[in-house]
Design a binder for this molecule. Structure first.
Ligand code: DQA
Length: 144
């Protein structure tokens, strides 16, 4: 099982960014925790972050045939990006939408996800744990 984790804009600021919303865990902390769990589950994992929409699109394209599942926290692009939606739909790699915060409990502009309709599922609101839950889901997608 090969899992690609993609993080979008501003997630490199985790740890200092709006700690009342996102906590103090850093993206490096999340990567460490995920890698440990992936090793336990026997999954191969790559973990990337970009602030650039086109880079995320390129990584989604490259995932075709190389990665079984994408865990995608697209950050604010979740709510705006038709390009990401089309990329996910275009490559046909199972993609799980991930958010640290509960987007439905926040501003109304975060209630709509451009990518949700083309994702396999959505995990939101559990902080860093959202990534771990998504990893568990990714590993189990094929058995249930
Ligand atoms: C986020 C939620 C988005 O609305 C926001 O723009 C982010 C982070 C989350 O993980 O909670 O950048 O994706």
């Amino acid at each position: 099982m090969r899992i690609l984790v993609l993080n979008g804009p501003n997630l490199n600021l985790l740890g200092t960014r709006e700690p009342s919303v996102y906590g103090t865990v850093t993206l490096a902390d999340i990567e460490t925790i995920l890698r440990q769990r992936a090793a336990q589950l026997g999954a191969e994992l790559d973990f990337r972050q970009s602030n650039h929409e086109g880079q995320l699109v390129d990584w989604i394209h490259e995932a075709s045939g190389r990665w079984d599942t994408i865990l995608l926290n697209a950050g604010a692009y979740t709510h705006t990006s038709i390009a990401l939606r089309d990329a996910i739909a275009g490559v046909g790699v199972a993609t799980i939408e991930v958010h640290l915060s509960n987007v439905m409990a926040r501003e109304s502009f975060r209630h709509h996800s451009m990518i949700a309709p083309v994702c396999r599922g959505l995990i939101s609101g559990f902080g860093a744990q959202s990534y771990l839950l998504a990893l568990e889901a990714a590993v189990n997608i094929k058995v249930v």
